[in-house]
Design a protein around this ligand. Structure first.
Ligand code: FAD
Length: 373
């Protein structure tokens, strides 16, 4: 078999690039995927009760990029959805990200009034303040607040999620969920927040349904490398694996998902409840909130248990953002630059934490580069 492009991985990165190359350049693409399904970590399926379940943990689409939203809108209709998250702190459920509404849920009216006034005076109403920045403010009341939020919301959650303290990770990790100086209780504040009406897998099916694209499932690229002739390769799997761990493994964090099916219509009031402290799991998500299947009599919950990543035993979900890992990645990047016909991209290929929209944006940019020389 001879194709113009071999693409390894049928997640966002691989599928977006395959579709662009097939439809815009008119070239033949073979997508090789080692799992037995398309859609990468965004894969979803209907269980025996008709509940749409996200196999690799809850995926909520949000973006500020009109370009990304418009691109994906070619392959799906959307259902508007604003994700809401609560955290259980000292037995109380408070809204996350930590906001003025969370202050009210935790503290007496007098204390909440004082803290609100000071937060607005120091940061301005509407500000989004990373917790490590809030900790730097000298005011004693805000210092008390920052220490409280850091200890109860961030520290033990981060320890559980990453097996590391926040200071041991790149500040981008804690900055991802800032403290909000507002009463906005939406988890994300992006311009576009919506879920694909028929799910992610249906979106991918349409994206890959081009006559120039063939998809081979259940095949590791190493198994087919010899049998398929191709001009160029796009690799969206782990970069260290591609180079047979020449410079040692790139560290990842993994997760175990436990699904629970309940006969009742609802289990919790919001999409996700975080358990930063006492419990072995980090969060519980009820899919029906995300998918809009309020009419179903059954509901499915997803419990997430972070764990160490071990190649071939579990999945590499999150690149661990630390300087020493970045240095190792740069060694691989140098190897990659020596290969003229191979491109690396995606969450695993770039060793970057990408949300879905960022993976799409990266793939679209890469396509523009290769289409215009
Ligand atoms: P992937 O989806 O990982 O696709 C890579 C594919 O390559 C995989 O299917 C893999 O099997 C295949 N592959 C790897 N190596 C080989 C090989 N050697 N041969 C053949 N195939 C191979 N993003 C959001 O925007 N919102 C969210 O709410 C959100 N929640 C998330 C929750 C969890 C638990 C996780 C882990 C991620 C979440 N994400 C979320 C991020 C989202 O999953 C990624 O942005 C997206 O999956 C990146 O796509 P990708 O194509 O780069 O990688």
């Amino acid at each position: 078999m001879k194709v113009d492009w071999l693409i390894v991985g049928a997640g966002y990165t691989g599928a977006v690039l395959a579709e662009r190359i097939a439809s815009q350049l008119g070239q033949k693409v073979l997508v090789v995927e080692r799992r037995n399904h398309i859609a990468g970590n965004a894969y979803d399926y209907y269980d025996e009760h008709g509940v749409l379940v996200h196999k690799y943990g809850p995926h909520i689409f949000h973006t500020n990029s009109k370009k990304v939203f418009d691109h994906l809108s070619r392959f799906t209709e959307w259902r508007p959805y604003y994700h809401r998250v609560r955290a259980v702190i000292e037995g109380k459920e408070i809204p996350l990200p930590f906001s003025l509404a969370s202050l009210r849920a935790l503290f007496s009216e007098r204390l909440a009034d004082k803290l609100e006034e000071k937060l607005i005076a120091h940061c301005g109403y509407g500000a989004r303040v990373p917790i490590l920045k809030l900790k730097e403010i000298e005011d004693p009341d805000l210092r008390f607040l920052a220490d409280y939020v850091y200890k109860n919301v961030f520290e033990s959650y981060t320890l559980k999620q990453w097996g590391l303290r926040p200071e041991e990770l790149s500040p981008t990790v804690t900055a991802r969920v800032p403290v909000l100086v507002s009463y906005d209780t939406r988890y994300f504040q992006d311009t576009y927040q919506a879920m694909p009406k028929e799910g992610y897998t249906a979106l991918f099916r349409r994206m890959l349904a081009h006559p120039n694209i063939k998809v081979l499932l259940g095949a590791d690229w190493k198994e087919v490398e010899e049998e398929i002739k191709f001009d160029r390769l796009i690799f969206t799997g782990p970069m260290d694996e591609f180079f047979d761990y020449l410079h040692g493994p790139l560290p990842y964090r993994s997760l175990r998902f436990r699904l629970e099916s309940h006969p009742g219509p609802w289990f919790q009031d919001v999409g996700t409840v975080n358990y930063p402290n006492e419990h072995p799991y980090t969060r519980v998500t009820e899919f029906k909130h995300l998918t809009g299947q309020a009419y179903l009599p059954h509901t499915v919950l997803c419990y997430e248990y972070p764990e160490a990543y071990e190649p071939k035993k579990n999945e590499p979900y999150y690149p661990v953002p630390r300087e020493e890992n970045e240095e190792r990645y740069r060694l691989y990047l140098r190897e990659a630059e020596k290969l003229e016909t191979v491109l690396f991209a995606g969450r695993l290929g770039d060793y970057r934490y990408y949300n879905m929209d960022q993976a799409v944006a990266r793939a679209l940019k890469l396509f523009e580069e290769l289409a215009h020389g």
